[in-house]
Design a protein around this ligand. Structure first.
Ligand SMILES: C[S@@+](CC[C@H](N)C(=O)[O-])C[C@H]1O[C@@H](n2cnc3c(N)ncnc32)[C@H](O)[C@@H]1O
Ligand SMILES: Nc1nc2[nH]cc(C(=O)O)c2c(=O)[nH]1
Ligand code: SF4
Ligand SMILES: [Mg+2]
Length: 234
C-alpha cells in the first residue's frame, strides 16, 4: 500500500505547541479535505502540487526517516495536508519497533484507529478566519479514537473573532491541554517575515488572554518561523 507524501524533512526542532523545541523529523502527507484561507502548507494541500506528492511505501518512508535521523530514534511528526485521510498504521508500527515515537497534527475532521498508536495527537480545530466550518461530531470521534494517547488542542488565532471562538471551543473541552498560536499572515516562502510583526502578534495575543485574566491556554509563537521564516522543509 502506498501513501502520498509531499515531503519528509529534518531533523529540525518542533516549532509549535506542546513539543516545541524537541528534535523532530516531519512526514508531510499530501492532500487535505480543508482549504484554510491562510494555510501555510498549500504545497501539501492544493492539487496543483499533486505531481510533487510521491506515492511511497511505509518501509520506504521509515527508511528515509532513519536515514535523516542517522538511525537515532526520535520524535516523528506526521503532518500535512491532513494525514488522517491516509492510513499511517504501517509507518507507525515499523517506526515504533525501531524506537521512534510519533505525533500527528490534524484538524480533527477524520478519525483514525492509528491515533491510538501515537505518543501525541494534536487537534487543531479551525477558527472562523480560516473560512472552514468544524464538524464537531467528527472532532469528538478523533478524541475517542486516540483512546489513551495524549491529546492536545492547538488553535491558530488571527483576530478577536477567532479568540472568542477559541474561548467557546476551549470551554467544550475542559480536559484538553490548550495551546494558542498567532496566525502568520505571510506564508509566501519567497517573502521574508518581519520578526517585529510576529512579536506584535504575540503581544496582542498575550494581552487579550493572560492580560484579560484567561489563564488556561499556553501561548506560543511558531518558533520555526522566527528562525527560518517561511522556508519549506524546516
Ligand atoms: C499545515 S497544518 C497541517 C495539519 C492539519 N491539516 C492541521 O491543520 O492541523 C499544521 C499546523 O499549522 C497551522 N497553521 C497553518 N497555517 C498557519 C498560519 N498561516 N499561521 C499559523 N499557523 C498555521 C495549522 O493550524 C496546524 O496547527
Ligand atoms: N519546525 C517545524 N515545526 C512545525 N510544527 C508544525 C509544523 C507543520 O507544518 O505541521 C511544523 C513545520 O513545518 N516545521
Ligand atoms: S487543515 Fe491544515 S493543511 Fe489543510 S488547509 Fe487547513 S491548515 Fe492547511
Ligand atoms: Mg507548518
Amino acid at each position: 500500500m502506498t501513501l502520498r507524501i509531499a515531503e519528509i524533512f529534518g531533523p529540525t526542532i518542533q516549532g509549535e505547541g506542546a513539543l516545541i523545541g524537541q528534535p523532530t523529523v516531519f512526514i508531510r502527507a499530501g492532500g487535505c479535505d480543508y482549504r484554510c484561507s491562510w494555510c501555510d502548507s498549500m504545497h501539501a494541500v492544493d492539487s496543483r502540487f499533486r505531481h510533487e506528492w510521491l506515492p511511497i511505501q511505509a518501509d520506504q518512508i521509515m527508511a528515509e526517516v532513519e536515514h535523516l535521523s542517522g538511525h537515532q530514534p526520535l520524535m516523528v511528526s506526521i503532518s500535512g495536508g491532513n494525514p488522517a485521510i491516509q492510513d499511517f498504521t504501517p509507518v507507525i508500527a515499523l517506526g515504533k519497533a525501531r524506537g521512534y515515537r510519533f505525533a500527528c497534527e490534524t484538524q480533527g475532521s477524520v478519525a483514525r484507529d492509528w491515533f491510538s498508536d501515537l505518543a501525541l495527537l494534536v487537534l487543531s480545530p479551525k477558527p472562523p478566519s480560516s473560512g472552514q466550518v468544524v464538524d464537531w461530531t467528527a472532532f469528538d470521534a478523533c478524541i475517542s479514537a486516540a483512546k489513551g494517547a495524549e491529546t492536545v488542542m492547538k488553535i491558530v488565532i488571527f483576530d478577536q473573532r477567532d479568540l472568542d471562538w477559541a474561548r467557546d471551543t476551549a470551554a467544550r473541552y475542559p480536559d484538553l491541554p490548550l495551546y494558542l498560536q498567532p496566525g502568520n499572515s505571510e506564508t509566501d516562502p519567497s517573502k521574508p517575515v518581519d520578526p517585529q510583526h510576529l512579536a506584535d502578534r504575540m503581544l496582542w495575543l498575550v494581552d487579550q488572554t493572560v492580560g484579560q485574566g484567561w489563564l488556561r491556554p499556553r501561548i506560543l509563537p511558531q518558533l520555526h518561523v522566527l528562525i527560518w521564516g517561511n522556508k519549506r522543509g524546516v
